[in-house]
Design a protein around this ligand. Structure first.
Ligand SMILES: NC(=O)C1=CN([C@@H]2O[C@H](COP(=O)(O)OP(=O)(O)OC[C@H]3O[C@@H](n4cnc5c(N)ncnc54)[C@H](O)[C@@H]3O)[C@@H](O)[C@H]2O)C=CC1
Ligand SMILES: O=C(O)C1=NCCCC1
Length: 313
């Protein structure tokens, strides 16, 4: 008889997913992903089911990592208009299987995993691509991803100033009051972006919120939103003038409106830079366009499960 799967909730995930442990695991997973068959990552393009009646989407994101011997699938929902302000726009569950026989080992909250692994991968890209003297960090957006990005960026880097802009001033002020450090609330995206060395776009925008004309030459941008082929966060001026890095060339070229609509050409995957087969052109204006990868969830879920098991044997 199989044992029942473990149910691991958000609080427990939060406890085990610290950025210092997660970042090296994700770096390794990005390298494996960008190493083809040799890397041993099997990750098809995710399936997205539109729920048009409610402006929502359901995504299914399976992956196997041979190196980690870990098999998962994440099921994630994301909704453009929140039906209630209490319900997060993005919700997710990760199922972890025993790779040798297919038994379901754990059902793990995927919301915290999604927030943290996405922010950790942006921090990895930023370490490689930011200008050498980066003093000003700008965050456009004030939701769950803004929070997790703020946490890892203030932990991993020492910016002199952090700025935030959101679609309402109330939201930006709300963000500034919930975080631990000083944040300058900006009234317009242009005010927030002007002079910034590192910019993070974490919005649900469907039209550009970041214009290339505002961006300081040599700045690094992490573009996290606009994961649908008809959604944008960045304008054509920026997409055409930057050096463009992505997590997955295959997925970004299919899913990212910023790439599909601008027809910008992709320079490299971040895993190729980590491997040393493509350079980090940190003196240029760089964009890391993240669409999110299942293997990031796989290594995060394995870390959570192994840590949980060690305490619950
Ligand atoms: N690349 C990746 O791996 C992942 C990307 N995402 C994407 O990151 C983005 C942020 O996600 P969350 O923080 O979880 O969402 P959230 O709903 O918690 O926050 C969204 C933020 O966008 C703002 N916003 C909404 N409509 C806007 C508009 N038209 N213009 C400007 N700002 C607008 C909201 O005020 C809020 O601050 C989403 O686009 C999401 O799909 C989410 C998870 C993983
Ligand atoms: O990677 C993910 O997880 C997501 N990416 C884009 C938006 C939905 C969740």
């Amino acid at each position: 008889m199989n044992e029942q799967p473990a149910f691991i909730g958000a609080k427990v995930v939060e406890k085990y997913l610290d950025f210092a442990t997660l970042i090296p695991l994700l770096e390794r997973a990005l390298i494996h992903f960008s190493s083809g068959n040799e890397g041993g990552v099997v990750q098809p393009i995710r399936t997205i089911v539109p729920v048009a009646k409610y402006s929502g989407f359901l995504g299914v994101m399976p992956a196997y990592s041979k190196w980690d011997d870990a098999l998962t699938t994440k099921v994630v929902t994301f909704y453009e208009k929140k039906t209630s302000s209490e319900i997060p726009s993005h919700q997710a569950t990760v199922l972890l299987f025993e790779p040798s026989n297919g038994t379901l080992k754990a059902v793990i909250d995927g919301r915290v995993i999604t927030d943290k692994r996405t922010a950790a991968v942006s921090a990895i890209a930023t370490k490689l691509l930011k200008p050498s003297h980066a003093e000003i960090l700008c965050i456009l957006g004030s939701g769950a991803q803004a929070q997790s990005h703020y946490q890892v960026f203030t932990q991993q880097f020492s910016f002199k100033e952090v700025r935030v802009w959101s679609c309402t001033r109330e939201k930006a002020e709300g963000f500034a009051t919930t975080v631990t450090g000083q944040v300058r609330v900006c009234s317009t995206p242009q005010e927030a972006v002007t002079g910034a060395d590192v910019i993070i776009t974490v919005t649900m925008a469907t039209e550009p919120v970041l214009l290339g004309d505002w961006v300081k030459p040599g700045a690094h941008i992490n573009a996290i939103g606009a994961c649908r082929p008809d959604w944008r966060e960045l304008d054509n001026v920026l997409m055409e003038s930057c050096v463009l890095y992505v997590d997955s060339k295959e997925a970004a070229a299919k899913e990212s409106g910023d790439i599909v609509i601008s027809k910008a050409s992709i320079y490299a995957e971040i895993g190729e830079v980590l491997k040393g087969t493509k350079p980090a052109l940190a003196d240029k204006t760089t964009v890391f366009k993240s669409v999110g990868m299942a293997v990031e969830d796989t290594v995060s879920a394995k870390l959570v499960y192994d840590s949980w098991l060690a305490e619950n044997k």
